[in-house]
Design a protein around this ligand. Structure first.
Ligand SMILES: *Cc1c(COP(=O)(O)O)cnc(C)c1O
Length: 429
């Protein structure tokens, strides 16, 4: 599609029907695809021709939707995965294997932290976690000769730290490795990390992209900017022949624009099969069609709720980069000039008990482990995701016992504030 503004790409990107074809993206509900000759099919298996043969690897519905996200992020190639977890696993495992090392921000989604620090560690890949607030020296000191990638989140879930994307991309590039960034919370409507130097962008499309709490999914987008052959010694998987495809070399055959996603599809999707169902891809696309309209409202509500809480006498602290006093306000002005997201976290005076009373009395916001939904929801990590930890352990990992994560939905902000206000009134001083 021609280059349009982001609002237009949300609505029409990825799919342009021909004469007499369906206006809406068709759901290709078929596991397999028919060919006239074995030679035709053989060319697909040799990666000599592009086309579909089995939905475990690729499906046209998914590719239309991945194409839209690719346009939104300003990439050259993209693929959908079954979940955000699968997207982050594939993005890293596509270039790092047993014996390798990755530098990651310490402020990332808990599921990703587990994937890296526990499961991928068992696979022989080591991670060094560095604070998103680090100096250049601290960041550079984390690299090793076997480092293959750098990983971070634009806005971290749930800590709401904002990453200095240029700083992290620069460090990655000076060590000859790509910078992978999870852009789930910001979405390309509010930040396009490729414009700031990121090489690979990942998403949990389960969150704002779907936006309606309807379909779990993920996405990987390649900027096409990383020069694999210039660092061929570090990336043998991309820069030396693949025996499972008759000795093709991804970086030379598909170039910087296509090598990463082609390898990820041809090897990892083939072998692990974490494909998004075409039905979910269709649902995801319905969400994408209004992403630009919804993000503005999520941010408006997030800002209003954060401002209300910051002035409330029963609130001890509020984390929201849209607040002038926030630690990440300045860095957010640079990377998120139009707003960040609808998630606000805050602590109640009166600790864990006060947080419990507050949550119990909310009427509009439901208690869920989810975020980034059209319906407001909230979570008390000390009682849910981090329940096994003592107050001392919680404090050490930056999730205080009184912390509440509140995801502002698309309701009227006055109703949200009234609900929060009445629930705070129930908390005893
Ligand atoms: C939710 C989330 C994930 C994991 O995505 P799933 O779709 O739940 O697998 C990864 N990264 C971030 C930032 C998330 O919020």
């Amino acid at each position: 599609m021609a280059k349009y503004k982001i609002n237009t790409t949300c609505v029409q990107g990825g799919y342009t029907p021909g004469n007499g074809e369906p206006r809406q993206i068709p759901i290709v509900q078929s596991t397999t695809f028919k060919y006239n000759t074995s030679e035709d099919m053989g060319k697909l298996f040799d990666l000599e021709a592009s086309g579909y043969f089995y939905t475990r690897l690729q499906n046209p519905t998914n590719d239309f939707v991945a194409g839209k996200i690719c346009e939104l992020e300003g990439g050259t190639a993209a693929m959908l995965t079954s979940s955000g977890q699968a997207a982050n696993f594939f993005a890293v495992f596509n270039i790092a294997s047993c014996g390798d090392h990755v530098v990651a921000s310490s402020s990332i989604y808990g599921g990703t932290f587990n994937l890296f620090a526990v499961t991928m560690k068992k696979m022989g890949i080591d991670f060094t976690f560095v604070s998103p607030d680090c100096t250049d020296e601290e960041l550079n000191a984390a690299f090793q000769p076997n480092t293959k990638a750098v990983f971070g989140e634009t806005i971290a879930n749930p800590a709401l730290t904002v990453l200095d994307i240029e700083q992290w991309a620069k460090a990655a590039h000076s060590h000859g490795v790509p910078f992978i960034i999870d852009n789930t919370f910001a979405t390309p409507v509010n930040c396009r990390p490729i414009e700031w130097g990121a090489d690979i962008v990942t998403h949990s499309t389960t969150k704002y992209m779907d936006g309606h709490g309807a379909a779990v999914g993920g996405c990987i987008v390649d900027s096409g900017k990383f020069d694999w052959m210039a660092h061929a010694d570090k990336f043998p998987g991309l820069c030396t022949p693949d025996d499972s495809y008759h000795g093709i070399t991804y970086a030379t055959k598909f170039g910087n624009a296509g090598a990463f996603i082609t390898k990820c599809t041809a090897q990892l999707m083939r072998d692990f099969g974490s494909i998004q169902s075409p039905q979910n891809a269709f649902i995801l696309n319905l969400g994408l069609e209004s992403l630009h309209v919804r993000m503005a409202r999520h941010c408006e509500n997030g800002q209003a709720v954060a401002e209300f809480l910051a002035k409330h006498p029963k609130i001890e602290y509020v984390n929201y980069c849209g607040l002038p006093g926030d630690k990440y306000h300045e860095v957010a002005k640079k990377y998120l000039p139009n707003g960040s997201c609808g998630v606000v976290s805050f602590g109640l005076k009166g600790g864990r008990k006060a947080a419990e009373v507050f949550m119990k009395n909310l009427k509009l916001a439901a208690i869920e482990t989810h975020v980034a939904d059209a319906r407001s929801c909230c979570l008390h990590p000390a009682n849910a995701t981090h329940r096994q930890m003592t107050d001392e352990q919680l404090t050490a990992c930056g999730i205080l016992p009184n912390l509440v994560r509140f995801s502002c939905g698309l309701e009227d902000k006055e109703d949200l504030i009234a609900d929060i206000s009445q629930a705070l009134d129930k908390v005893q001083d």
